[in-house]
Design a protein around this ligand. Structure first.
Ligand code: H2B
Length: 105
């Protein structure tokens, strides 16, 4: 069903390249993870974003930690399989950025 390769933690070079692609995401203090806060017009828009995000996450078998209140969605990405950032986090962050384009954030 899924390609069951264990994700690898990014090397420092891969990390710089990867993070440069998602400049709106910030490194979490004290943890090898990235974070972005999305703000939308209202709950309906936030939920639309979350629906697309959930389907994309399931497709790539990489799932966000997130928190939603009304029009705000706070997302933390990290890879528990390697206890840090992997390419999967960059890939999912890139997709979430795309889904939020055109929506108020
Ligand atoms: N999501 C995230 N964020 N990190 C992982 O390491 C991860 C995941 N691993 N989703 C996947 C699922 C793994 O646990 C399952 C068994 O495929």
């Amino acid at each position: 069903r899924f390609l069951s390769t264990v994700p690898k933690r990014l090397t420092s070079t891969e990390r710089s390249l990867g993070l440069a692609k998602v400049p709106d995401w910030k490194i979490v203090e004290g943890r090898d993870a990235i974070y972005r806060r999305f703000e939308f017009k209202d709950f309906s828009e936030a939920w639309g974003f979350m629906s697309r995000a959930a389907l994309a996450a399931e497709q790539i078998n990489h799932h966000p930690e997130w928190f939603n209140v009304y029009n705000r969605v706070e997302v933390t990405l990290s890879t528990h399989d390697c206890d840090g950032l992997s390419q999967n986090d960059i890939n999912l962050a890139t997709k979430l950025d795309e889904f939020a384009i055109g929506l108020k954030s």
